[in-house]
Write a protein that binds this ligand. Structure first.
Ligand SMILES: Cc1cc2nc3c(=O)[nH]c(=O)nc-3n(C[C@H](O)[C@H](O)[C@H](O)COP(=O)(O)OP(=O)(O)OC[C@H]3O[C@@H](n4cnc5c(N)ncnc54)[C@H](O)[C@@H]3O)c2cc1C
Length: 275
């Protein structure tokens, strides 16, 4: 029986959320949360493996207490066990810190795991970094954007479409795969499943100390990136007609827009007058 871990993240149900200038994080408290869509496809992939050949599925999330809800949803879909990593010191973690903490939790709480499934990316920050970084932290092989998984014995075969190329990759367990949203259409949780998950099931809630993560570890493995600001870029369109001979028109165009173009490409351009 395979020992599968699925990392899932709670994301805001809306795409536009105000930014908390003080904490440098999104005001997630202002929007209802939902399971990140790609994570649902990862849960579905795990459930299909379980149905096909037997597996125990542990779902794991790092987030605020409210993130418990997405764990219960995964239990309602058919996962067996759920772990919430919740600690103030981890709020606003970047992908580097997130991957480190998830790795520590898996090493401690899911010993002897065979397969880790993640969503390919999240709908809020979409870095697609956590899966591959988690594999690095655990020194295991990884494949991203999987569309189909085949398992025979200890060998995992991953099929995916990257840049219009169909690829088939093979690797030995333990391994990590991030699942794209092309296949593994997620099932709806049954009423019985929801009842069981939201009324009866237990969720292990662990903080950094329970995982044996010391402040020094968080310093050493703490966030390397800080999102300074999030804003919706306002685009401005204007119709400009430049007529006349090509050389003059180009010259006039450059005169008008060389600073704007320079700002966009991040370097100043000197209009070559001799066109
Ligand atoms: C607008 C914005 C931009 C950001 N930009 C950056 C950036 O450039 N670099 C950076 O390091 N951080 C960045 N962050 C912080 C980053 O969002 C967090 O670190 C986040 O927890 C993980 O990144 P992600 O959502 O992009 O994950 P992704 O790598 O896109 O997630 C892929 C998969 O990893 C798993 N996963 C991700 N987060 C968790 C979790 N908390 N618990 C369990 N599983 C999880 C899930 O399976 C998910 O489907 C940004 C945050 C915001 C809001």
């Amino acid at each position: 029986m395979l020992n599968i871990v699925v990392c899932i993240k709670q994301v805001p149900m809306v795409t536009e959320l105000p930014w908390d200038e003080k904490t440098g994080t999104l005001r997630r408290d202002l929007a209802a949360g939902m399971m990140n869509p790609a994570c649902k496809h990862a849960v579905e992939a795990a459930l299909r493996i379980k149905e096909a050949q037997g597996a125990s599925i542990t779902v794991l999330t790092m987030g605020p207490t409210a993130a418990e809800e997405v764990l219960r949803e995964a239990l309602a879909m058919g996962a067996d066990r759920a772990i919430l990593i919740c600690d103030r010191t981890l709020a606003g973690s970047d992908t580097y810190a997130t991957s480190f903490v998830l790795a520590e939790a898996i090493k401690k709480e899911v010993r002897g795991f065979d397969l880790i499934l993640c969503g390919a990316y999240t709908s809020d920050s979409e870095t697609a970094q956590v899966g591959p970084q988690l594999a690095e932290e655990l020194h295991i092989p990884a494949a991203a954007y999987a569309e189909h998984l085949d398992i025979s014995g200890r060998t995992l075969c991953v099929r995916r479409l990257v840049d219009n190329f169909r690829e088939t990759l093979e690797m030995e367990f333990p391994a990590l795969v991030t699942v794209s949203m092309e296949q593994y259409e997620p099932r709806y949780a049954s009423f019985a499943g929801l009842n069981q998950a939201f009324i009866e099931s237990d969720i292990s809630v662990l903080n950094a100390q329970a995982l044996g993560i010391k402040a020094a570890d968080l310093d050493a493995h703490g966030s390397r990136t800080k999102v300074r600001k999030v804003f919706i870029r306002k685009t401005q369109k204007e119709n400009v007609r430049i007529t006349g001979a090509a050389a003059n028109a180009v010259g006039e165009f450059l005169d008008r827009y060389q600073r704007t173009i320079g700002a966009v490409i991040g370097k100043s351009i000197e209009a070559k007058k001799q066109i």
